[in-house]
Design a protein around this ligand. Structure first.
Ligand SMILES: Cc1cc2nc3c(=O)[nH]c(=O)nc-3n(C[C@H](O)[C@H](O)[C@H](O)COP(=O)(O)OP(=O)(O)OC[C@H]3O[C@@H](n4cnc5c(N)ncnc54)[C@H](O)[C@@H]3O)c2cc1C
Length: 306
């Protein structure tokens, strides 16, 4: 089917979401890298997510789900088919005596949620304030920092399965482990989650958030576009330290560079391409394997054509 025809048919199916053709993905990724998506849909409503998934399935069009694009490297040739950005931002908070129940849409940004929880004096989410992703991306990745992970507070997750059925599962069925969840292995779209967090004191919550923000400012190259830690932590080693010990800080191909500040980050110095980032990744992997005998594994997700 022609692009224009797909555009017209898909647009008809959607309530409020807009469809963009040949949308440059460098506008939608934290790395500021990536060629065009054939179709880019931003869905704020469940109905539009469902309709897009159904349309892609019926017409055998590739579908890629995107949150805030903070843990992905998109190829220079872009993404074939539809990129569906999840922007469902519903949020309800029920405060009980000790705990709060938070029902949160998968498009809500973690930083925004952390600020709301601070105002409501709900603690335990401070670790996520500086993670630049959505709730959906954080559930998918089981994002974590400073000794906490999403799995610590999740009660249940609601998603659309491959047949667009809305399903809710308890945390126990989410198969959470380090930077992994059942959602990383299935063609499902996370719609919302229920979190349970204890009530706290504003000053203490704020103090923790400030401490973590300061630590990030000092240790992470936040001035440059990146996708955070490029590699996963090892079972018996800290990957950034290992990379540093191999003298790879500052290693550069074009505008892609192993950060001088934090060896775990690959940064975009300006006009880096996905190909350059991949070349840096390959070099780092090979050097670490040769010099230390350890294999390091990617944390970031590669999307599209390279
Ligand atoms: C400066 C910086 C600091 C970071 N610090 C941390 C940190 O401390 N800890 C940490 O864990 N991570 C960190 N990250 C990585 C990243 O922010 C997290 O992994 C985040 O949870 C990704 O969320 P996202 O919405 O951006 O997901 P995206 O990058 O958009 O997507 C990531 C994956 O999730 C899938 N996905 C996204 N939303 C959905 C959904 N609704 N349904 C199904 N699948 C979905 C995508 O298909 C993709 O495979 C950092 C990144 C940066 C740039």
């Amino acid at each position: 089917m022609e692009k224009q025809k797909i555009y017209e048919l898909l647009t008809k199916e959607l309530k409020t979401a807009k469809v963009m053709i040949d949308e440059p993905m460098n506008k939608h990724t934290n790395f500021k890298i990536g060629g065009p998506a054939d179709f880019y849909v931003v869905a704020k409503q469940l109905e539009d997510v469902k309709a897009t998934m159904q349309f892609a399935k019926e017409n055998e069009i590739l579908l890629t789900i995107l949150g805030n694009g903070s843990n992905v490297l998109v190829g220079d040739k872009g993404i074939r088919g539809i990129v569906l950005k999840i922007a469902i931002e519903e949020l309800t908070i029920q405060k009980e005596q000790e705990y709060a129940k938070i029902t949160v849409g998968s498009g809500v940004l973690l930083g925004k949620l952390a600020q709301i929880l601070l105002k409501k004096e709900i603690s335990g989410f401070e670790f996520a304030a500086g993670i630049p992703g959505t709730l959906g991306g954080a559930v998918y990745m089981n994002a974590g920092a400073y000794g906490n992970e999403m799995k610590d507070m999740i009660k249940e997750v609601t998603y659309l399965d491959e047949n667009q059925n809305l399903v809710t599962i308890p945390k126990e069925q989410c198969d959470f482990s380090y930077r992994h969840s059942i959602f990383s292995t299935k063609p499902w779209t996370i719609i919302q989650a229920i979190l349970q967090l204890p009530n706290g004191k504003k000053e203490q919550i704020k103090a923790k958030m400030d401490e973590y923000a300061k630590s990030r400012q000092e240790k992470q190259p936040l001035k440059y576009p990146s996708a955070g830690s490029t590699f996963k932590r090892g079972t018996d080693f800290i990957t950034a330290k290992l990379i540093d010990s191999c003298n790879l800080k500052g290693y550069r191909v074009g505008d892609a560079q192993v950060s001088e500040l934090h060896a775990g980050f690959i940064i975009n110095l300006g006009k880096a391409t996905a190909k350059e980032v991949l070349q840096v990744i390959e070099h780092v992997k090979q050097e670490v394997a040769t010099q230390t005998g350890k294999n390091i594994e990617l944390e970031i997700k590669l999307l599209g054509e390279f």
